[in-house]
Each structure stands twice: as C-alpha cells, then as structure tokens.
Design a protein around this ligand. Structure first.
Ligand code: HEC
Ligand code: HEC
Length: 446
C-alpha cells in the first residue's frame, strides 16, 4: 500500500489514515533490523599530509573512504542506511585512506591527484551525500589548498634517467623510431582487442604530465577525426576511437625534454549500445612498453577507467580538447613523429609526418641514431608546430599546448628539400635541425 494509493482514495476517513500510518511505521521499524554490517576496522596507516589537507579529506571524504566512518543519526535509518552502507563499502573498496600503507608511494600520489581532480569537477564527494551533510562540500579554497600541497610534492625529474627502474630501464636502449612488435598481443580481460592500425591514427592533441614525468599523445581514428572536423563531438558518433600513448620524459643535454621510452597505450571505442554498461565506450589498456601486456587482471578494471573519466560526463567522458587540429588544415596528413618541450621558451612542439615520412620512420630508422637526416624519402612532408605551454583545465597535473607560435613545413621531392615557415638565418641549418629530430618510439603492429 503506497502513497499513490492513499492520494487516489479521497473517501479515506481519518481513522483509516491513522491506521495506514501506523502500519507504515511498523514496517519502517521492522526494516531497521535488516541492516548490513558496517564496522570501522582498525586503521593500519592513516593518510600522511599536513593538517589543513588532512582536515579537508576528513570532513568531505572520510565518511566513505576511511575506517573512521562517523554516521549521523539520520544516516542510520533504513532505507537511507542501505544506500549509505553501500556507498561506504564501495568507496572503501576503491580508495581507503585508513590503509594508506597498502599503496606504493607512486600510487598514493596518483590517488591524491585523482582525488583533487574528482573534487575540482564536483564528482566527489557524491552529490547525494552533500545534499544532506552540510559542511562536507569541497570549497574553492579547499581546492586551492589541495593544489598547493600537490604541487609541492616531489615530482619526477626528466634529466634523471636513473629514476627509471625495471622494464623502463631496459627500453632506454631503444633511442629512436617506431618499433615493430613481434608477438601477438593478447586481448584485454574484457575481450577488447587492440586496434592494429592505431599508430597511424591522426593526432588530436598532446599532453605533458608533470605529476608523473610522462608525455602523451592522443590519437583519433578516421571516424573521430571526421567528427572533430564536422563539430559532432558531444556525443561522439559510434565508431569513434581514441588512443592515448605515453612515453617517459627524457631531457637531453640542452634541456629539451623528449618523449623517451614508450610506456603504454590505452583506448576508448564508442558504441552506445554495445558498451551501454560502461558509459557507451569500450575500454582497454596495454602496459609494459612495446611488449604491450594487457593491463586488466579481470574485467572490473574498467571501473577504474569510467570512475576517473566521470568528471567529464558532460562531454561524453572524453578529457581531450582537440586543440592540435585547428592549425592543421593545410597539413597533408598529421601522424605523430615526435613531441618535445622547450622549458626555456616554455613551448611544446609536435612534429607531424605524412604517411611516407611515418612509414620511413618505422622501417628506415628503427634502431638507428645518426643518419636520420637522410632517412626520409621523396614525398615525405614534415610539419613542426610549436605552441605555448599551459596548464590543462581538465586535469591538475597536466599541461597542454596553448596558442601557436610557429608552423614550419619541410617537403622532400625531386631531389630538392623545400622549407616554408618562419624567417630563419640559415635555411639549410634549420632543415638539418628539423630532419634530425628523433622520432618517438611507437609500436607498429602490422
Ligand atoms: C558518500 C560516500 C562518498 C563520499 C563522501 C566520497 N566518496 Fe569518493 N567514492 C564513493 C563511491 C561509492 C565511489 C565508487 C565510484 C562511484 O560510485 O562513483 C567513489 C570513488 C572515488 C574515487 C575513484 C577511485 C577509483 O579508483 O575508482 C575517488 C578518487 C574518490 N572517490 C575520491 C573522493 C574524495 C577526494 C572525496 C572527498 C572530497 C570523496 N571521494 C568522497 C563514495 C564517496
Ligand atoms: C586517474 C585518472 C584516470 C584513469 C584511472 C584513467 N584515465 Fe584515461 N585519461 C585521464 C586523463 C586526465 C586524460 C586526458 C589526457 C592526459 O592528459 O593524460 C585521459 C585520456 C584518455 C584517453 C584519450 C581520450 C580522452 O578522454 O581524452 C583514453 C583513450 C583513455 N584515457 C583511456 C583510459 C582507459 C582505457 C582507462 C582504464 C584502463 C583510463 N583511461 C583510466 C585520466 C584517467
């Protein structure tokens, strides 16, 4: 007997109403005995942070992300309690500040950055929680405090190659060029298979992550590139796909930061129906450098992807702003050959190549170091786009390219090399510089 029935029954007498209210009250009272257990197990190690930072997490996050859950009386009434208990259980399972020691230092820092970014976009704390728990909201002053603290933590130094341990060190030997993968690549644990042609997709944007010392390029398949050109990006059409590829940052002796060892590739493929359960996208990640080892231990790894992309739900779960493409109308083909950062001029550059250049970089240069300048065959077109360097408005911890500073184009044809771009003192010297930029390592699967 629900409220709708009562409303639709105008002839109810006062007596009957009291009776119904009594029955409902009894039901609510009986339901109070159906309570999932919610203990506060021991704290093995609490989040270590300055007092003001601690305070923010405690007031806004600890209800669900610690073993120090302190429920209000109104949280303890069933059925509200069922929702609260499930949030606490799930929240603790994803991230628990009371077991800080169970995370490696790198993971701790990654979770803090994710936490800040979730809070900055209003995804955390859950809106259903702040609606009834005033004082738990995250304020803009809180965000500033957290940013200040995270910026002060030690970050990887691109000049320090000794920082690279394990398998990354092994790949330092590969200094240039895309690498061919010999072995078959296993599908992800959710059945998602790696798109074989991804290293030939066009560039949507690049980004730098100062929080973890890496560089990334975000590539789009032809469907995604067409959607960008036509302005149909929210929602993205079915068939759109993105690859995000990462490299370790490595500084050379002049201070220029290059994309060093290849680290991983991850993908999103849009199919609103097929992937309805995972926000309309299929997700997959391969790690371990050019060995490309499937990342997910089981298919629940996808929750990690969707949770962290959730703050972007108003733009169909995609972080990247396609800024690299607005300057490229004139460029025939825009496959990524190289990316680098000049910290002195505070610029980010991308060297794009057409298919001829890209294929040459894959075959002719793989493993070579000295003869790149002569390695590009006739028909190669290279375009070097240099932009300013700015903070990424979608992710504290990242920087993305800003306004264009220069576009330089090099065309190789009929025995001649043609340069077009900014005025330079010595064209042949400039040509040499551009042609000897080391291509990023990028696995090629074909
Ligand atoms: C009312 C409970 C609740 C509160 C309060 C809360 N969270 Fe969450 N949090 C959750 C739940 C539940 C999830 C699981 C994903 C989801 O449902 O969105 C989650 C997921 C997360 C994740 C994703 C972890 C992963 O790897 O999947 C982060 C990060 C996070 N919360 C940070 C925070 C921060 C920071 C605060 C405080 C500013 C906070 N949360 C407050 C319940 C809560
Ligand atoms: C901790 C947060 C976080 C998690 C977890 C995460 N991503 Fe992302 N992802 C980002 C950010 C931030 C970007 C924007 C590019 C950049 O600066 O790195 C991004 C970008 C991407 C892109 C390029 C398209 C876009 O949205 O910009 C793909 C593809 C992608 N992620 C796939 C995945 C997959 C697959 C997983 C799960 C295995 C995953 N991501 C998990 C934060 C995350």
């Amino acid at each position: 007997m629900g409220p709708a029935y009562i409303c639709l029954t105008p002839h109810l007498t006062m007596k009957k109403l009291i009776y119904i209210a009594g029955v409902l009250l009894c039901i609510v009272v009986v339901l109070q005995f159906f309570r999932p257990r919610l203990d506060n197990p021991p704290v093995t190690q609490d989040l270590a942070a300055p007092a003001d930072v601690q305070h923010i997490f405690r007031k806004s996050c600890y209800a669900c992300h610690s073993n120090e859950t302190n429920l209000s009386w109104y949280d303890k009434i069933v059925p509200a309690y069922w929702l609260v208990a499930s949030h606490v259980r799930e929240g603790r399972a994803r991230l628990n500040f009371s077991h800080w020691d169970s995370l490696k230092p790198g993971e701790q820092q990654a979770y803090l950055f994710e936490s800040l970014n979730q809070a900055a976009f209003g995804a955390m704390p859950l809106a259903s929680y702040t609606a009834v728990h005033h004082g738990a909201e995250i304020t803009s002053a809180d965000i500033e405090t957290l940013k200040h603290y995270l910026a002060s933590l030690p970050h990887p130094d691109p000049t320090d190659t000794a920082r690279l341990g394990g398998w990354l060190r092994q790949y330092l030997a590969f200094t240039t060029g895309p690498q061919k993968i010999a072995k078959d690549i296993q599908p992800e644990s959710n059945g998602f298979t790696i798109p074989a042609d991804f290293s030939y997709w066009e560039v949507v944007n690049i980004s730098e992550r100062w929080d973890n010392g890496t560089m990334r390029a975000i590539l789009g398949n032809p469907v995604a590139i067409k959607a960008i050109a036509e302005g149909h990006t929210n929602p993205w059409p079915d068939g759109s796909a993105f690859a995000k590829v990462g490299w370790v940052q490595r500084a050379d002796s002049t201070g220029i930061i290059h994309a060093g060892a290849f680290t991983h590739a991850e993908f999103m493929v849009k199919d609103a129906q097929k992937y309805a359960a995972t926000e309309g996208w299929g997700w997959g990640r391969w790690v371990g450098g050019i060995n490309l080892v499937a990342y997910g231990k089981n298919e629940t790894f996808v929750t990690e992807c969707t949770n962290c992309h959730k703050p972007m739900k108003d733009q169909d779960f995609v972080f990247t702003i396609p800024t690299q493409r607005d300057s490229l109308g004139a460029v025939p083909g825009s496959k990524i050959l190289a990316t680098f950062i000049d910290t002195k001029s505070n610029t980010m550059s991308t060297l794009f190549g057409n298919d001829v250049a890209m294929r040459a970089a894959k075959t002719a240069f793989a493993g070579a170091t000295a003869t790149i300048a002569t390695g590009y065959p006739e028909g190669s077109v290279l375009t070097l786009v240099t932009r300013g360097r700015q903070e990424d408005p979608h992710w504290f911890g990242a920087r993305i390219p800003g306004s264009i500073q220069s576009v330089e184009m090099v065309q190789l044809g009929q025995g001649a090399i043609h340069y077009e771009g900014k005025p330079v003192a010595d064209t042949s010297q400039r040509l040499k510089e551009i042609l000897s930029i080391r291509p990023n390592i990028l696995p090629v699967l074909e």
